[in-house]
Design a protein around this ligand. Sequence first.
Ligand code: ZN
Length: 197
Amino acid sequence: MPPPRRRPAPDPFAFPYRVDRAVDSLVVADHPALHRPALEVGARDDPRLDRLIDRMIAICAAAPGVGLAAPQVGVGLRVAIVWPPGADDLRDPTAPVVRPDPIELVDPVLVEVGEEVVWDAEACLSLPCVRGLHVRRPERVVVRAADRHGRMHEFAASGFIAEIFSHELDHLDGHLYPERAGELVYDPDFRPHAGEA
Ligand SMILES: [Zn+2]
């Protein structure tokens, strides 16, 4: 009998789903990646990190969404995209006319949480058929994170953009917005779209 073959160690960056079917590559609801804390990336300037972030941006654009966290594509690493909307997104009247570039967050840390709390409606690309009402979020957050090259950035956000940061950071800790929602509305025809994360 040949010796048992040793399985290669799993690659934490491996992207388990096809990116050319962008929206189909999102994992939903009870997928385990959505419910456990993601692991620190640590390394920077890794071509696998480049590939993961590029694919997440492509998926976020295709969905379309205003943010995406790696667990939503089945990757359990602390990587997220926050992509503030442009003026065509009616949810945010203060949005700039030209949509800004996506913000890359690698190993983001919440360094400040404002005391003021807002209760807004929310949905998630990973939770079709449901919307949250009165979702509790800080009105202001400050987040420190690396970009894909390891450069550190600090982002101070308020209002809708702070809600996106908070939503994505929750994903990295295995939390979904229903935990913060005062009410959930089930609607079998509802599909998250632009303005969701
Ligand atoms: Zn989400």
